[in-house]
Ligand binder design. Structure first.
Ligand code: ADP
Ligand code: MG
Length: 300
């Protein structure tokens, strides 16, 4: 990074970063022209889907944008990270999919910000993948629950849907309910493996179920600047996807991985950390470039 002035010191830089997180009112982000629904998908586990959904949502919320995270993974990691009750029996995305509970009635407010909302996933969701097979409109149940009126009732600008690590019916429901797909890619070995399959599924959903769907955003995560490999993966992904890839890269940062065990996002846990700052930067990029810039579905 270029030092901003001759007075630049690492401590000054840290202080400046923390100030940006702690006083976001001086740094508000634009509200989107229309409500944005982003599905965070990658059938690989452990690539940063949940971490990205939760921390991007928190970063937008910090900037005054009301944001909803829908936890669509039976593991309930997003619910845990936002410290939202997700014991069996809690109104959750499962009842929403069954049409038993409205989106608003399943929505909880996180302690971190009144702008940060969550529809939790309970263990009941584990059976949904199979139960959905027999249901009418099995691919579009989440879309029906996320009607404009339903989202108006919750009153949010952004919705992030955190997908499970599979391409089953839950992920298909998420793709049918959204206009945008956000794909986190881990800067590691085999990063691109399986991506072709993900993209062809997105194309199938786009052709048959949701013509508005496009990959709007790719986020490189767990970047380790000390390795050549991370740079190679990053260059390869940028070569394939161009502008769809955010300029901001999320570094591997221990604060990011510690935060969920305290029921916090990294923005609450350690606002001055590199992890928090990079999620703030990524959220800013997403908000500033809007949903249309660079949107496309892709092949590999
Ligand atoms: P997914 O939802 O795709 O399965 P997660 O978001 O749960 O992936 O991330 C997998 C693991 O990696 C988690 O333990 C998480 O805390 C950790 N992790 C994610 N992003 C980072 C990061 N930038 N730095 C360090 N650890 C990270
Ligand atoms: Mg996850």
């Amino acid at each position: 990074m270029t030092p901003p002035s001759t007075d630049w010191t690492p401590i000054a830089e840290e202080a400046e970063r923390a100030a940006r997180v702690l006083h976001p009112e001086s740094n508000r982000l634009p509200r989107p022209d229309h409500r944005r629904v982003l599905t965070v998908a990658n059938q690989k586990g452990g690539v940063g889907k949940t971490t990205s959904a939760v921390n991007l949502a928190a970063a937008l919320a910090v900037h005054g944008l009301r944001t909803l995270v829908i936890d669509l993974d039976p593991q309930g990691n997003a619910s845990t990270a936002l410290n939202v009750d997700h014991r069996s029996g809690t109104p959750s995305v499962y009842e929403v999919l069954l049409g038993e509970v409205s989106l608003a009635d399943a929505t909880a407010v996180s302690e971190q910000s009144p702008n940060l909302l969550c529809v939790p996933a309970t263990i009941d969701l584990a059976g949904a993948e199979i139960e959905l097979v027999e249901m009418p409109n099995r691919e579009s149940r989440l879309k029906e629950a996320l009607s404009s009126e339903a989202i108006d009732e919750v009153g949010v600008d952004y919705v992030f849907i955190d997908c499970p690590p599979s391409l089953g019916l839950l992920t298909v429901n998420a793709m049918v309910a959204a206009r945008e797909v956000l794909i986190p890619i881990q800067c590691e070995y085999y990063a691109l493996e399986g991506l072709g399959q993900l993209l062809s599924n997105i194309d199938l959903v786009q052709k048959h179920l949701n013509p508005s769907l496009a990959v709007s955003t790719i986020l490189l995560t767990m970047y380790d600047g000390r390795t050549k490999l991370a740079d190679q993966v990053s260059a390869e992904v940028r070569g394939h996807f161009g502008d769809v890839v955010l300029k901001t890269v999320i570094p591997r940062n221990v604060k990011v991985s510690e935060a969920p065990s305290y029921g916090q996002t990294v923005l609450a846990y350690d606002p001055g950390s590199r992890g928090a700052m990079s999620y703030m930067d990524a959220a800013k990029e997403i908000a500033e470039r809007g949903s249309t810039n660079g949107s496309r579905s892709g092949t590999l």
